[in-house]
Design a protein around this ligand. Structure first.
Ligand code: SF4
Length: 368
């Protein structure tokens, strides 16, 4: 039996979690605040460097815990400055975080799950199945461990997974990003994107002030449910009705994400259906270019002209609608593509290794 102790990571804990941890070790509660400052504000990854904590307490902490920050395993940089990072998250799985610099902003798009169980037809991550939730440690590590971490202005939960399917850990991360003991960001710097898990969306609306983005992609119910199974459980009109109860006219923003597919959802009838769905004039619509993924050739990217026509129609009806700039086209920009490719390579390597091992065994048997 191995004597190696599994050290629990502290990055990803809230102040309350840390208070529980230090008092359980017989330390005063204020040590938790010192730990939070060292980890979230000074980005220190070793208890030994936390010099305002006594040596005895540092050693005691190190016997049970680690800080738990670790670097990405791979990075792919685009010509436009976008960088896609890959993080190993155990069970032979990897997740993506995408750094997107733009004028005076630097946004990180982070993942919340290993794969996803929402099974949206057009999504590479959905095609890879669900392999579990990320822990708060694995989520905050994406923010704190990329080389550009200190320059980030915004975080968006738009990477792999449905954030509201992992609500407890996502709420922890929002607290770490926005509370004074954490990164102390304004909630305006954080956006959670969802396909519309209604009960958890209500919790998010009531317990936080972060921006919300809803992936609509089609306002016609039968068409949306053919692409997004969640529609059968929580129809999008019910989601919009729920959201109409909250204030998105001031500090907090509600936006709608809409991927445009040529001849499928990009005509004026669909634009009008979308307009009818919006609860009020404060909702912004982001039109998104589709990044084709292998295996679903029947969905085609809308032309620039058709997207502009769709946008102009909504603008003419008083809806703020913009076309999102495509980023990182040269680095497999569709969510989950890089992680999927790495998984395939790993699987191919394992098959090759096991074939070689079989061959060796057969050879050694035949020699005997
Ligand atoms: S689009 Fe989002 S919710 Fe749908 S399968 Fe992909 S990651 Fe999951």
């Amino acid at each position: 039996m191995s004597n190696d102790k599994v050290l629990q990571p502290m990055a990803g804990m809230t102040l309350e979690d840390m208070q529980d941890a230090v008092t359980a070790l017989g330390m005063p509660r204020f040590v938790a605040k010192q730990l939070a400052q060292w980890i979230y504000q000074k980005r220190v990854n070793d208890f030994e460097q936390m010099l305002n904590i006594s040596k005895a307490n540092r050693e005691l902490l190190a016997s049970r815990y680690c800080v738990g920050l670790y670097p990405p395993s791979q990075a792919a940089a685009s010509e436009d400055g976008t960088v896609k990072y890959l993080f190993d998250v155990g069970d032979k799985q990897a997740v993506e975080a995408v750094y997107i610099p733009e004028d005076d902003r630097a946004t990180l798009c982070i993942s919340s799950q290993k794969g996803c169980r929402m099974n949206c037809y057009f999504c590479m991550t959905g095609k890879q199945g669900f392999h579990g939730n990320l822990t708060a440690n694995q989520i905050i590590n994406q923010v704190l461990s990329i080389p550009e971490s200190e320059t980030l202005t915004n975080v968006v939960f738009m990477g792999m997974g449905e954030p509201l399917d992992n609500i407890d850990e996502v709420l922890r991360i929002i607290a770490i990003l926005t509370e004074p003991w954490g990164l102390a960001w304004s909630p305006k710097r954080v956006t959670v994107s969802t396909v519309g898990k209604k009960p958890e969306l209500k919790i998010l609306c009531e317990q936080t002030n972060v921006h919300i983005a809803v992936s609509v992609h089609n306002a016609v119910q039968e068409e949306r449910s053919s692409m997004m199974p969640i529609e059968r459980l929580y129809p999008i009109d019910q989601i919009m009705e729920l959201l109409s109860n909250y204030d998105f006219a001031h500090q907090r923003r509600l936006s709608v994400e809409y991927i445009c597919w040529q001849w499928f959802n990009d005509d004026i009838q669909h634009a009008e259906k979308l307009r009818e769905l919006l609860p009020n004039e404060h909702v912004r619509v982001n039109l998104i270019r589709f990044h084709p993924i292998p295996g679903i050739e029947k969905l085609r990217t809308s032309s620039d002209e058709r997207m502009a026509y769709f946008r102009d129609y909504l603008n003419s009806k008083g809806v703020t609608c913009t076309i999102r700039r495509s980023r990182g086209e040269d680095i497999q920009a569709a969510c989950g593509m890089l992680a999927g490719q790495v998984r395939k390579q790993q699987a191919a390597k394992e098959t090759k290794d096991s074939k070689n091992a079989d061959k060796k065994t057969r050879n050694s048997r035949s020699k005997k």
